[in-house]
Design a binder for this molecule. Sequence first.
Ligand code: GCV
Length: 656
Amino acid sequence: MEYSKCWLDYRPLESVEEVWLTLIVSCDGLIIESAVKEYVLAMEGMAGRKPTVTADEAAAGVRLLVDESIVSGTDGYHIIGEDGGYKIIGQSPSGVLYGVFHFLRMAANGELSQLPVENVPAMPLRMMNHWDNMDGSIERGYSGESFFYKDYEILWDERLEHYTRMMASIGINGIVINNVNVHEKETYLITDTYLQKVKQYADLFQRYGIKLYTSVNFAAPMELAGFDNCDPLEPQVAEWWKETTAHVYEVIPEFGGYLVKADSEGRPGPFTYGRTHADGANMLARALAPHGGIVIWRCFVYNCGQDWRDKKTDRARAAYDNFIHLDGCFDENVVLQIKNGPMDFQVREPVSPLFGALKKTNMILEVQIAQEYTGQQIDLCYLPPMWREILDFDTYAEGKGSTVSNIVRGAAYGQKFCGMAAVINTGNDKNWTGTDLAAANTYGYGRLAMEPAMSCETIAKEWTDLTLGAKVEKDVVDMLMKSWPTYEKYTSPLGIGWMVTPHYHYGPDIDGYEYDRWGTYHRADCNGLGVDRTPSGTGYTNQYNEPWRTIYADVEQCPQELLLFFHYIRYDYTLKSGKTLIQHIYDTHFEGVEEVEAMIAVWKSLQNRIAGEVYGRVLERMELQLANAKEWRDRVNTYFYRKSGVKDEKGRTIYE
Ligand code: GCV
């Protein structure tokens, strides 16, 4: 099937340097072969000629070499201009590969005058999580079907290689190939039913410095081997995992490890046997340890059978309450994977308090590139600015400067296994990601995991230049940078979240989850709305270190964008902007729609500068976005007008 090359579409350049056309390779191995292949492919596209590949060190050209001593940090690289040529020196073969991708990016975007570059990937683990199921569907997938599976078979075609190259080019070094909700057939992925085919993927990934991981079913011993329990402290259960895991490594020596969703949304786990998550995780960790594997254990554990009448139980508290007492109880090769916020990938949430609380535990920050609650790859929502805020958030765990970024890079406590994971947004659509512009999120995630200090605007520029061309850079970057605030304006206000169509999660349904069991309430009445999470409410604010604990609990100090997350606020309360809460709701919803209209006008002005197919595909999505924004505006405004009885002071149309 034909597919778009995304940011690896090496288009002809107006001018090329002659030295690019000689590649001197002073190192070898599978990953180096991939680096060479990539370089050759890129030059064929950009220079229109195949470069000469030689081992002749006396030649002038671009030289690839490995030197373990060059940078302090794994897989780093230097790129330098020297003696009329260039040197790409990797600390390891992966470092060379990353260096080659970096060099090619700079060459394509005319940036080689900015050399030298010295870079060390910031996050040790830079993971992609696929929520692909073996029937071919993708949970929360918005761009077609899986390109890994169809009808319970493992697929194999050249698209897989392009995907792998894309991942390596943004620095990904771990891929989980199946959904965390492991259904019946996927349970067999770690058995001979599928292992040889999984190995094919693992071998491909390995050539690009990427390890393969699978999500596993905690109840696998019951489903696969007829056990009557999967109690992690039952020696036979542990033994089964050891043997099964040893066999996985026999077939795939480079296997990365397991990702586990346990005791969450109906998945099995240690709670059934009165055991802790540490018991469960350590049991698997001990099966993986002899082979150098790790277990990544998710903290998305909460009561999904809540009574909406109960105002004391607070889903936001759940991850912390379930894991804080286990700090220091996990084996060395266990990593806890923590969603960025305490709820579930909403357009605005505070940062999970666990990052500032666990001090003796490996942690991975989990974000969602798939736009489940942020427009489902129909609406434009460039997410790196959100991730940036999360990474920069100072938890004060060890005093000032204990940012999430420092914690998940391993700089705060020196953990070996830590980093970032993202639920990816790809599918088998021709353009991989629904709207073509959503690929900026895929790209941006990898770039931030490599270099969390990068500005999101620079990332947007890089992506735009590589994908759509420099001639539209200014307008597209501007569009991307405005898109998250715009999306936030026309959807749920001031951090309250949800208000979405149940289950499907696209489009508004203000009370859709209000009387349901999922713990996601806005508590609106005729006087105001919001959840009181202060000590006089659910007490959630106490999970933060100072000064956040005080700041969040105080209406006056609480950051406005999170006001309704932390407080119940009256409609007539005056915000810092001088507007009442109700007027703020009305204004932002009108503004959100106007901003989408303005964005569409800009996109239309680019018609002659963007390839027809991409132009039309994106425009089609933008028209849907506009309809969605209008629906949100009118439903939200009408809902709160009916609740409050307060008219819009600007007299705009709000339906009765
Ligand atoms: C994979 C949310 C999503 C589910 C997802 C779950 C999770 O609840 O709606 O589709 O399941 O998060 O992260 O495990």
